[in-house]
Design a protein around this ligand. Structure first.
Ligand SMILES: C[S@@+](CC[C@H](N)C(=O)[O-])C[C@H]1O[C@@H](n2cnc3c(N)ncnc32)[C@H](O)[C@@H]1O
Length: 257
């Protein structure tokens, strides 16, 4: 099986694997009023980068869940290195069947995962988020967003992105994300902008100068060069057509799973 783009980038040293990078994450969490007693679930936590940041900054407890056991091993190591075992836990599992009780979390964070789910699978995950969030709870997501409403162009972009990252993806346009999330009983505010994932400036901003240099050093190795170049060209060649959207969504009292 071909390596997924995010697994590849993580292997090169990238720690933020999301389209709008840390600026989009900061916009989402900056208005979420997180405190030490806030119960947070991160779906698609991967290596635990965001979980560690949240626990260090707000002293809250965070549960992470991801499908990828290897990424979770890295998350466990990351948690141990930062001595956050008392506040951070990771669980292996899927967004489609969250092993948590109804209305048991204040916040669900889910970055750069819904884009990877085709059709009804987005709804399966969103229904689970509505189920496990308390009324008034927050769903914080960021995803890839079409910046064109030309349907043929969207189809081409979807194919091109799927090829570039070896994952069958299905981005939506800004309005499409809003209506899809709101159909599960949320009220959504949005912020969108340029994709920073593989933008040279974005990489320095998100990973620091040393981090970005390490990624580039690894990318230039013979075994990585072709895949990195393919991804880099696609992302930077479609800046006008593909961006990120951050969705800040509040679960209404009447939401049902
Ligand atoms: C692009 S990475 C994003 C990682 C992290 N959220 C970030 O922003 O850096 C997508 C992650 O989603 C996870 N994933 C994909 N489908 C999933 C599902 N159905 N349930 C849980 N995790 C899933 C993958 O294993 C991967 O770790």
């Amino acid at each position: 099986m071909q390596e997924a783009g995010h697994t590849f980038l993580a292997r090169l040293g990238k720690t933020k694997l999301r389209p709008g990078g840390i600026d989009a994450t900061e916009w989402l969490i900056g208005q979420a009023n997180i405190g030490p007693d806030t119960k947070v679930l991160e779906v698609a936590c991967n290596m635990g980068t965001t979980m560690v940041m949240l626990a260090q900054r707000y002293g809250c407890s965070v549960t992470g869940i991801d499908l990828d056991e290897r990424a979770l091993d890295k998350a466990r190591a990351n948690i141990g290195k930062n001595r956050l075992e008392d506040s951070l836990t990771v669980v292996h599992g899927s967004a489609f069947e969250l092993p948590f009780e109804d209305q048991s979390f204040d916040i669900v964070i889910n970055e750069a995962m819904l884009t990877m789910l085709p059709g009804k699978n987005k709804d399966r995950a969103l229904a689970e988020y509505a189920r496990i969030l308390k009324p008034g709870g927050l769903l914080l997501t960021q995803d890839v967003c079409f910046r064109t409403d030309d349907v043929d162009q969207q189809r081409e972009l979807r194919r091109g992105l799927s090829r570039a990252i070896n994952v069958s993806v299905e981005p939506l346009d800004r309005e499409g994300w809003k209506s899809r999330i709101e159909s599960h009983g949320f009220v959504t505010e949005q912020k969108s902008g340029d994709m920073t994932l593989l933008d040279p400036q974005g990489m320095v901003h998100d990973e620091g100068t040393d981090g970005a240099l390490k990624i580039m050093f690894n990318a230039m190795k013979q075994e990585n060069f072709e895949m990195f170049t393919r991804m880099f060209r696609f992302f930077n060649g479609h800046k006008d057509d593909l961006g990120y959207v951050a969705n800040f969504s509040c679960r209404t009292a009447g939401a049902t799973a």
